[in-house]
Design a protein around this ligand. Structure first.
Ligand SMILES: [Zn+2]
Length: 616
């Protein structure tokens, strides 16, 4: 699971790295995946011959249960092999982004992927033609086929949204035109727009591209923060019209696909990819709105700690508490192991084994990929974690987060066959943010001073704001603009800005005087690349909410809560994610998880208030 979108991770990437000489123990051993590139090449040859074998399955999948099983097993083996190859090539490149041999390997992988997709393209339509009745008979005839029950259901449930052969052929051709606006947006913002240069109060001159913006909006000097935001959003304002056309194109594309695929609207189609009920999104947004007073309480507390008379939008990012406390990696590992103890000795032992077995590339070095991620799909091997560990507290929380993902993969891979060993983002971010919550609880217990406690509480609070309220706000904006385009309305950059402005000001309590928001910042929507990946980021908000409620039940030792949660991590994609989470005890279409996270934010603020009160 890659999670470069997570806000905590961007922070880790923004810190200037110090390149120490790490011991081998803190560098991963990718030879566990392939001992050499030659071994990778051998698998590529094997995969090519398997493609020829798969071609013989075409038009014969429905012949009898024997052929059906042979072909399904072959496909699964091919997917497993290719995934392992892709993981190896991708992580080799991540470890040294300048290595042309690794780049070449990933490109070979891309070519293979295209061939594989092509070789496999007959399967879905053929399964739909065979139909669910006959496939159910096959499953009943051979018990070993039961591992395919859910993956087959995923394909078969597309029947009402699938056209006849001529229709599908046309849709496939138009597929070449899809994602055009997102690609243009990405090139424009990453390569073409001349980002403004500003001179900070320190004398430092910086060019404000997106990564410099995320770094300097945290500037301790208030005038600097204002300067940074004015210049960055000022640049976006210049392109408001074109940015509006691009996003409008994306919205229209989603609208067309939802019509072609017989969905009532874009949101239903997007959520149906994982068969999530729209009630999940609606309940999240309704609860976030009902609990805006908690977000406003946070902003008022922030104003008090930062000592600003009136919170402005540019006061949101500087850390609440500055700290020079260093956490050497060995200490961070120890703290994380202690923190996850409520999940039981087996969970702790598995994590310890991973820490000791070179699964992680821990430290920054030149040409290494920035940020942090976990990759757990090399099925017969083990997960790998990439970090740029720099000994601050954010690094410790990132360690807990990524190893939460890694343990999810360990549990799933140990329980599920390959075909159901992947898991969707809807569940993935529960496993990582739950470990972050456990880390917070543990850090508060071992903290030696109120200053330390404030550091942990402040960091957690800011994380929850960014992961819950901000992503819910993005979800509300997406729901609004998609619904209008679905209904035939046309949108411009100007109208997108107005809609975003209304939502942004409501969330930040502008009318109530909580946060003052300059109208020039309302073009912020143009800076968010995720809007080209429709209805995705709201899942960070649902996940962190579910994690909050799971953590509460586990810490309170509610009977069966821990086992139900671990069973969720073991379940992989053996069923639909909403149902799996519900079975584990959290209904994400109900208000309970959202109330739990809001209550958690309030309890953190109560603790901060108590510390501040002691000082006066
Ligand atoms: Zn994550």
């Amino acid at each position: 699971m890659k999670c470069r979108l997570v806000l905590a991770l961007a922070v880790a990437a923004a810190v200037a790295p110090a390149f120490a000489q790490p011991s081998l123990a803190d560098q991963w051993n990718l030879a566990d995946i392939y001992p050499s590139v030659a071994a990778w090449d051998a698998d590529a040859v094997r995969l090519e011959s398997q493609m020829t074998e798969l071609a013989r399955c075409k038009d014969h999948l429905g012949d009898n249960v024997g052929v059906f099983k042979r072909c399904m097993d072959l496909r699964a083996d091919m997917a497993k092999r290719f995934t392992r190859m892709a993981v190896y090539a991708g992580e080799l490149l991540a470890a040294d982004t300048g290595a042309s041999s690794s780049l070449e390997l990933t490109q070979k992988g891309d070519v293979l992927q295209a061939k594989l997709d092509d070789a496999d393209s007959f399967v879905r339509p053929e399964l739909l033609r065979i139909g669910d009745k006959k496939i159910a008979q096959f499953l009943a005839q051979d018990a070993s086929l039961k591992i395919y029950r859910h993956p087959l259901d995923e394909i078969l449930r597309a029947a009402p949204h699938t056209l006849d052969q001529a229709g599908e052929s046309i849709v496939a051709k138009f597929g070449l035109l899809s994602h055009g606006s997102g690609t243009i947006y990405s090139t424009l913002t990453n390569a073409d727009i001349p980002w403004p240069k500003v001179k900070l109060s320190t004398g430092e001159e910086v060019v404000l591209d997106a990564s410099a913006y995320t770094k300097y909006r945290e500037a301790p000097n208030r005038a600097d923060r204002k300067l940074v935001m004015d210049a960055f959003f000022g640049a976006h304002k210049t392109y408001e019209r074109s940015m509006g056309l691009m996003l409008y194109s994306q919205l229209k594309e989603d609208m067309v696909y939802s019509k072609v695929r017989s969905y009532p609207d874009s949101v239903t189609r997007a959520l149906d990819q994982d068969r999530l009920p729209v009630a999940v999104m609606d309940t999240l947004i309704a609860q976030a709105n009902a609990d805006l007073p908690t977000l406003h309480r946070y902003f008022k507390l922030r104003a008090k700690i930062l000592n600003v008379p009136q919170m402005a939008y540019y006061d949101i990012y500087p850390p609440l508490v500055h700290s020079d406390i260093k956490f050497p990696l060995a200490r961070a590992k120890q703290l994380t192991l202690e923190a996850v103890a409520p999940l039981g000795p087996e969970y702790v032992a598995a994590m310890k084994k991973g820490f000791e077995s070179r699964w992680m590339d821990a430290y920054p070095r030149p040409r290494k990929q920035s940020g942090a991620h976990m990759e757990g799909q090399a099925y017969d091997v083990h997960p790998v974690v990439l970090m740029n560990y720099n000994e601050d507290y954010e690094s410790v929380t990132t360690l807990a987060h990524e190893w939460g993902h890694a343990m999810h993969s360990v549990l799933t891979n140990a329980t599920q066959p390959f075909v159901t060993s992947n898991y969707p983002i809807f569940i993935a971010e529960i496993a990582s943010t739950l470990d972050e919550e456990l880390l917070l609880q543990h850090m508060l217990q071992v903290a030696k001073s109120d200053d330390e406690r404030l550091l942990y509480l402040g960091s957690a609070l800011e994380g929850l704001r960014g992961t819950f309220y901000r992503q819910a706000m993005f979800g509300e904006f997406e729901r609004n603009i998609h619904a209008r385009v679905d209904a035939g309305e046309s949108l411009t950059g100007e109208s997108l800005t107005k809609t975003y402005c209304d939502i942004l000001k409501r969330y930040h309590g502008a009318k109530e005087g909580v946060v003052a928001i300059d109208d020039n910042y309302c073009v912020e929507w143009a800076y968010i690349p995720h809007f080209y990946n429709s209805f995705y980021v709201y899942q960070y908000a649902t996940s962190v909410s579910a994690a909050s409620l799971f953590a509460q039940k586990i810490i309170a030792k509610e009977p069966g809560a821990r086992e139900r949660y671990l069973d969720l991590l073991r379940a992989g994609s053996s069923d639909y994610p909403y149902d799996l989470v519900k079975k584990a005890g959290v209904d994400l279409a109900s208000p309970a998880p959202y109330k739990a996270i809001v209550a958690r934010m309030n309890s953190i603020m109560d603790e901060i208030d108590a510390i501040i009160a002691k000082r006066h």
